[in-house]
Design a binder for this molecule. Structure first.
Ligand code: SAM
Length: 282
């Protein structure tokens, strides 16, 4: 009889992974952490019963959260990552050679340590990169108190349950606003809209009073079940979200970055949203 891990994010609907081997399971200071070898998606990490990332499909999410803001901006030097303990986002951000400093503020050191040990392909050495700076802190405290400024801020948090809840609040977004350089861009994981529709409308209500240009883009990440994973976008530079395809193509080509999901055409297309989402945002 094989063992299965059943996700507990949604009531009455869940995904299950057949477990080949549990590699780590424990309660950290902040959340329940499990990493297991699955028979279908490689190694999988879950926090508080919610799937965070899998070896098989993480590239889709991390490429889209990193490269859409970074190629839209075009000359980002200072990047701030909130959360992202598995290191996949840091790996993708550091592929941009014009990024001089990537500061990652993660609340749970145990997630970083266990992911380096059991999910090494996620960070793939990014934590040892001299351009990376790791801060163990609550993301909301950091953005409220730091005197540093960033071209790009990316929130790669858990869902708004437990320690991640504060990262979807107005005080957090006000903190983002104070840490962004002129022309800076904020992007954040914002849940699967079909399953968590309130997350998108709530984020929109909280971001739009603070920034001149807000919106969402999306990507289908198989293990974020139930439809399109949405990413929130906010900037006072309205042109960034409208960056021309030819410009994106030139920047992508000049970067020499190899991707498996992201490309400039898909970048542009990802801002087109299903009508039910458009209606919920009007
Ligand atoms: N890609 C995943 C998703 O979309 O659900 C998120 C991956 S990453 C593992 C989420 C990270 O956010 C975890 O490492 C967790 O410890 C961190 N986190 C949660 N709340 C936080 C907070 N308030 N400040 C900083 N990091 C936080």
């Amino acid at each position: 009889m094989s063992e299965w891990f059943n996700e507990t994010l949604h009531n009455g609907y869940h995904q299950g992974f057949e477990v080949a081997e549990v590699l780590f399971e424990n309660k950290t200071d902040h959340q329940h952490l499990v990493i297991f070898e699955s028979t279908s998606f490689g190694r999988v990490m879950a926090l508080d019963g919610i799937i965070q990332t899998t070896e098989r499909d993480e590239f889709i999410y991390h490429e889209m959260l990193a490269h859409v803001p970074l190629f839209a901006h075009g000359q980002a030097k200072d990047v701030l990552i909130i959360g992202g303990g598995d290191g996949g986002l840091l790996r993708e951000v550091l592929k941009h050679q014009n990024v001089e400093r990537a500061v990652q503020v993660e609340i749970d050191q145990a997630v970083i340590d266990m992911c380096v040990k059991y999910l090494p392909n996620h960070s793939a050495g990014a934590y040892d990169n001299p351009r990376a700076e790791i801060v163990i802190n609550d993301g909301i405290e950091y953005v409220k108190t730091t005197d540093r400024q960033f071209d790009i801020i990316l929130s790669d948090s858990t869902d708004p349950i437990g320690p991640g809840e504060v990262l979807f609040t107005s005080p957090f977004y006000e903190g983002i606003k104070r840490c962004l350089k002129p022309g800076g861009i904020f992007a954040a994981q914002n849940g699967v809209a079909f399953m968590q529709p309130d997350e998108v409308s709530t984020t929109n209500k909280r971001l739009s009073p603070l920034f001149t240009d807000t919106g969402f883009y999306s990507a289908p990440v198989p293990t974020y079940i139930g439809g399109l994973m949405t990413f929130a976008w906010a900037s006072d530079n309205a042109a960034a979200r409208q960056t021309a395809l030819a410009t994106l193509e030139q920047r992508y080509q000049d970067s020499g970055i190899q991707t498996r999901y992201y490309n400039p055409a898909l970048h542009q297309g990802s801002f087109a949203l299903p009508q039910y989402l458009v209606d919920s945002l009007s």
